[in-house]
Design a protein around this ligand. Structure first.
Ligand SMILES: C[S@@+](CC[C@H](N)C(=O)[O-])C[C@H]1O[C@@H](n2cnc3c(N)ncnc32)[C@H](O)[C@@H]1O
Length: 211
């Protein structure tokens, strides 16, 4: 199954999950808050990749009520829920695959949570290069996402992705912290950090574009 087909499979999965999504993810609110908490003080223009129903934006708008936020998500039902939120008028929504959609440019920050752990290393390099390119100089990429706690987990999940995807409705293929940092470095990011959050199998990655 190629990347396009896998992304469409994600879309079907999340379209079907919509009724329980916010309840299931309510236990992840602390990880989602780390995005807003780590933005630079002068942040204005933000791009959110895989925003879902917008749970992480609740805190972003508490801290930055004047933020101009663009979001990209492949799942129409998720964005329908986001549009009901009180801050929806401050958000430009794009329904599409972040591998295909143009990101625009000059963002102060690109943020993402729980959305980027389904890709192979070479696919992530392409995506992170797009992220790097759409940022202003000194712009931040902040990603709080699932990680593989061991190399065996990373290898095992990638094996399933390549050999057995038909038997999974949804498959997570997180990278180890080491590999995630290598991808960020490879596309040119600097000041890369990873820190623990309140979920053991998640990490907060921060990286900066420096010219
Ligand atoms: C687990 S949800 C996370 C949503 C939100 N960030 C949160 O933390 O509540 C993952 C989201 O990523 C979106 N997504 C997954 N693959 C995508 C892709 N290739 N392009 C755009 N959105 C994608 C899904 O539609 C889904 O809404």
């Amino acid at each position: 199954m190629n990347l396009y087909e896998r992304n469409q499979k994600q879309r079907t999965f999340f379209n079907e999950k919509i009724d329980s999504y916010d309840d299931v993810h309510s236990t992840y609110m602390e990880t989602k808050k780390t995005l807003g908490d780590n933005l630079d003080k002068n942040t204005k223009r933000i791009l959110d990749l895989g925003v879902g129903t917008g749970l992480e934006l609740i805190h972003v708008f508490e801290l930055y009520p004047n933020a101009e936020v663009t979001v990209i998500d492949i799942t129409e039902n998720m964005l329908k829920e986001l549009k009901k939120r009180i801050f929806a008028d401050h958000v430009t929504t794009i329904c599409g695959d972040f591998f295909e959609v143009e990101f625009g440019e000059n963002y102060d920050a690109v943020i993402s949570t729980s959305a980027l752990h389904h890709f192979k290393i070479e696919e992530k390099i392409k995506l992170y290069k797009k992220i790097y390119d759409c940022l202003k100089e000194n712009g931040q990429f902040i990603n709080c996402d699932k990680i593989a706690l061991t190399q065996e987990i990373e290898d095992g999940q990638l094996y399933e992705l390549e050999n057995n995807i038909e038997n999974h409705k949804h498959i997570d293929t997180p990278l180890t912290i080491k590999h995630e940092i290598e991808v960020l470095k490879k596309v040119g990011f600097q000041e890369i950090t990873s820190s623990e959050v309140d979920k053991k199998d998640y990490s907060l990655f921060k990286a900066r574009k420096k010219m």
